[in-house]
Design a protein around this ligand. Structure first.
Ligand code: HEM
Ligand SMILES: *[C@@H]1O[C@H](CO)[C@@H](O)[C@H](O)[C@H]1NC(C)=O
Ligand SMILES: *[C@@H]1O[C@H](CO)[C@@H](O)[C@H](O)[C@H]1NC(C)=O
Length: 336
């Protein structure tokens, strides 16, 4: 059943993309990033000769793992985001700390929060036995994020590959550039603007929170102190997140369909059922500058999926290392 839904969704999305590009002139800007960008050295065919089965192997492993543990799909999507927002999509987020090296994994937004490292290591291991020194960890992250979204019923997009892996990471940038869940709307807009995204693209990317979970400690101020929380929703959240203790208790970011990549996240916001403070900042009861965007995604799931897919392509292109830059790590967790 889920499979059928997924196929139908893909077909509808493709029709949506094709019709949007041919019929509505103003929508051409939305599909522009699907057209190969000559300034980018990434391409969808990078591994066709170098490791023909690479993308298929990633897809099979990720799809199986995600259907077995659906939250893993959310975790992998977030891993790619936290990679790309810190010195570009270069797998810097995967480098583990040791006595002489402090990477990004213990940065405040990442520590005790990012998940999915093991499945990336597993995929990397398989790819190293098939095609040693060919497939980068940064590309595995980008493809795994896409395949995760597809497995959960979301849109598909072409992932351009050919990224290399960094030999460095940046703890300070991870602490400063990954958005905090306590930001107000202006802070959110600024954090994404810094990476080249418009406020509207920020709203589309936030739709990621239609899957996955968050910890009690991060929502306590919202559920106990904020006025724009739907009363029944507030009561149910309090049960799982007391004023003291239970800091790591999890609640789904999308209360209605936490395991499906749909537009329910935006519908929830219309009823003050956003979980993170930052999520509800996107919709302020009709008076916020981006409320119209939330409303349009709540009403038009295809528009959301199209804008989300385009924004993901753009995110995946954030300053990659290419050509002779960087390296192909043997183990994603450490520099060769
Ligand atoms: C708009 C600013 C954003 C903020 C403030 C934010 C913040 C957060 C926080 C605090 C969590 C929960 C972490 C935890 O409890 O351990 C979370 C989860 C998540 N975020 Fe975001 N995020 C933002 C944007 C994004 C974007 C752009 C993406 C992907 C493109 C994304 C994908 C996810 C996913 C999928 C989860 C669930 C992860 C899981 O269940 O393992 N987020 N986010
Ligand atoms: C709620 O706000 C009050 C007053 O600002 C503060 O003392 C309290 O710690 C807050 N509670 C939570 C759970 O954030
Ligand atoms: C510590 O990690 C860095 C980055 O991965 C690596 O270059 C270095 O060799 C590691 N040191 C030890 C002792 O493993």
């Amino acid at each position: 059943m889920a499979d059928i839904k997924l196929r139908i969704c893909l077909v509808i999305c493709l029709i949506g993309i094709i019709s949007a590009s041919s019929v509505i002139p103003s929508a051409i800007t939305h599909v522009a990033s699907f057209i190969p960008d000559p300034s980018s050295q990434l391409s969808t065919t990078f591994y066709v000769t170098k490791c023909p089965l690479a993308l298929q192997i990633i897809k099979e492993e990720i799809t199986r793992a995600v259907l077995n543990d659906r939250r893993l799909g959310a975790s992998l999507l977030r891993l790619h985001f936290h990679d790309c927002f810190v010195q570009g999509c270069d797998a810097s987020v995967l480098l583990k700390d040791n006595a002489t090296f402090k990477g990004e994994q213990n940065a405040l937004p990442n520590v005790n929060s990012l998940r999915g490292y093991e499945i990336i290591d597993k995929v990397k291991y398989i790819l190293e036995t098939r095609c040693p020194n060919v497939v980068s960890c940064a590309d595995i992250l980008a493809v795994a994020a896409r395949d995760s979204v597809v497995a959960l019923g979301g849109p598909i997009w072409p992932v351009r590959v050919g990224r290399k892996d960094s030999t460095t990471a940046n703890l300070n940038a991870a602490n400063s550039d990954l958005p905090s869940p306590f930001l107000d709307l202006k802070g959110l807009i600024d954090a994404f603007k810094k990476k080249g995204f418009s406020a509207e693209e920020m709203v589309a990317l936030s739709g990621s929170h239609t899957i996955g979970q968050t910890k009690c400690a991060l929502i306590r101020p919202r559920i106990y102190n904020e006025s724009n929380v739907q009363p029944d929703y507030r009561n149910s959240l309090k049960k799982n997140c007391p004023t003291k203790g239970g800091d790591n208790n999890l609640s789904p970011l999308d209360v209605t369909t936490p395991n499906f990549f749909d537009n329910a996240f935006y519908k929830n916001l219309l009823y003050n059922k956003g979980l993170l403070h930052t999520d509800q900042q996107l919709f302020k009861g009709g008076s916020g500058p981006l409320d119209y965007k939330v409303l349009s995604y709540a009403l038009n799931p295809l528009l959301f999926k199209l804008d989300f897919a385009n924004a993901m392509v753009k995110m995946g292109n954030l300053s990659p290392l290419t050509g002779y830059q960087g390296q192909i790590r043997k183990y994603c967790g450490r520099v060769n």
